[in-house]
Design a protein around this ligand. Structure first.
Ligand code: SAH
Ligand code: SF4
Length: 478
């Protein structure tokens, strides 16, 4: 039984509320509210964290802008999962030198996974002297106190990054970016230590929220009119283990499913080693649960999976997918895969390719391995070149694109119930999602956004479906 991380003392949260009040009092004396620009890199957990940062900023009296140039505060929530994400952040932060020169007094702040790594916090300190405030993932709730310190004249730069297991707390304010779709974190951190991954180092140990807190938040969201709730965690299938309570992830889905109203329950991510028959049965039984599971396999080679510390074999993964498909007919299965893990041979890559062809995922997110500081894989011998890896990546992508085009085309002529959630980039078509999380574009009135409708699928591309609204016919699960 891992040690239970205690709840943060109430006084600590009160200290933050006091800082919020003091900053808000200062801002209310200004002619107009100061402007904050918040930018987010990375995964849905970061999106959810940024909604909390915006919540705190709003309470501190800030308004929001989409333009860095006019912002009084620029806050960048960073990602560390691959080098590419870090390079993009550093490039953009570098360019802010000019923004700040044009607007003296502008505060530039960085937070999130990238700067929670000590070497990155140091790099920012040394080489990006225009950055005023840096705080780590464990400092999220302390943002008001840290911002207050940064705002004090002549206080110098503020760097606050603790390497700790993490803390438990509830009740941060939130400004959500959509009124239809909501992120709902059920747990934080990760205990799996896959050998390539930096997440357990920057997000700390697994901390599940209490089942009451999760279910109450779901109820509030549904009462407020949200129609699409995504339960978030690095490995939702291990929900509750650290609490030592009866409630597991299936229980959360069952309880949220009982809340009256028409809405969809989505979730990510599921680790294959912890996906159970009970989860699949729950998905089959709960009509509001999406008919979709994101089940990253990472490699089709059992040798590589072992070196990745994933805790399952190729055969076990195939068996799991068969079980999911048998229990939940029509379930969409999407996945993540890494090519070029250190020492992955050509034959081992072929095993990944053959798994992709065997399973026929509905969608696949393909990544080239990126060495992460301090992870075991970063010091494994890696005789293959970047070009070898790129060639493998291109082959895999081509194979999956052909499969995606075929699996999408198989939906033409069918009818599904969808949630209309927005418009496409050119604002000509509505965008919608099926219960299997497939993207459908349809002609229709923007007034339909936020409602469910039945559509008939009339066409498909590699990434999306085209459909038409139908009036009376009942949809199936798509
Ligand atoms: N907790 C989730 C994944 C979080 S990271 C899970 O275990 O499924 C999202 C994806 O990024 C991973 O599934 C993996 O495919 C990819 N990834 C993580 N670390 C990586 C690295 N060092 N190089 C390349 N891809 C990586
Ligand atoms: Fe990273 Fe593995 Fe944890 Fe996912 S389960 S966040 S890949 S360590």
């Amino acid at each position: 039984m891992p040690k239970i991380i205690p709840q943060l003392p109430e006084e600590e949260l009160q200290r933050q509320r006091d800082a919020i009040e003091r900053i808000a009092a200062g801002n209310s004396a200004l002619k107009s509210p100061p402007l904050a620009f918040v930018d987010t890199y990375g995964c849905q957990q970061n999106e959810a964290d940024s909604e909390k940062l915006r919540g705190m900023l709003r309470e501190m009296g800030y308004a929001f802008t989409e333009y860095e140039a006019e912002a009084d505060l620029i806050l960048i929530n960073t990602c560390a999962v691959r080098e590419h994400a870090e390079m993009r952040v550093l490039g953009n932060v570098g360019a802010l030198v000019h923004t700040k020169r044009a607007k003296p007094g502008q505060i530039i702040a960085l937070c999130g996974c990238m700067v929670t790594q000590e070497h990155m916090a140091l790099r920012v300190k040394k080489s990006f002297r225009h950055v005023d405030l840096v705080f780590g993932t464990h400092e999220l709730y302390r943002f008001p106190e840290l911002l207050e310190r940064t705002l004090k004249p002549h206080k110098g730069r503020v760097f606050e990054v603790r390497q700790i297991d993490g803390e438990r707390y509830e009740g941060l304010p939130v400004v959500r970016s959509s009124s239809i779709k909501a992120w709902l974190s059920v747990m934080y951190g990760c205990n799996n230590f896959c050998s390539y991954c930096v997440v357990p180092y920057v997000r700390g140990r697994e901390r599940s929220r209490s089942p009451e807190a999760v279910i109450d938040e779901a109820r509030e969201l549904i009462d407020a009119g949200y129609k699409d709730i995504t339960l978030l965690g690095q490995n939702v299938n291990s929900y509750g283990r650290d609490l030592g309570c009866e409630a597991d992830f299936s229980y959360l889905i069952e309880e949220i499913n009982k809340i009256p109203g028409e809405f969809v329950i989505r979730f990510m991510t599921s680790h294959p080693k912890d996906a159970t028959d009970r989860l699949f049965k729950t998905l089959a039984d709960c009509e509001k649960a999406e008919r979709h599971i994101h089940l990253p396999f990472q490699s089709g080679s059992s040798r590589v999976l072992h070196a990745m510390n994933r805790g399952y074999t190729r055969e076990k993964y195939i068996e799991l997918v068969e079980k999911a498909r048998a229990a939940v007919p029509g379930i969409a299965i999407t996945s993540d895969v890494i090519v070029g893990f250190p020492g992955e041979t050509e034959e081992e890559f072929e095993e990944t390719l053959s798994l992709v062809e065997l399973i026929r995922f509905d969608m696949l997110f393909t990544f080239i391995y990126s060495p992460r500081n301090g992870t075991p894989a970063a010091s494994m011998p890696d005789p293959f070149t970047r070009e070898d890896k790129q060639r493998r990546f291109d082959r895999l992508l081509a194979a999956q694109n052909a499969i995606s085009a075929e699996t999408q085309a198989a939906h033409v002529g069918k009818s599904y119930r969808v949630l209309i959630d927005g418009v496409n980039d050119t604002r000509e078509l509505l965008t919608a999602r099926t219960s299997c999380n497939r993207l459908v574009r349809i002609k229709g009135d923007e007034a339909l956004i936020g409602s469910f409708a039945d559509v008939k699928i009339t066409g498909s591309t590699t990434w999306s479906l085209e459909g038409e609204l139908i009036q009376k016919e009942a949809g199936q699960n798509g």
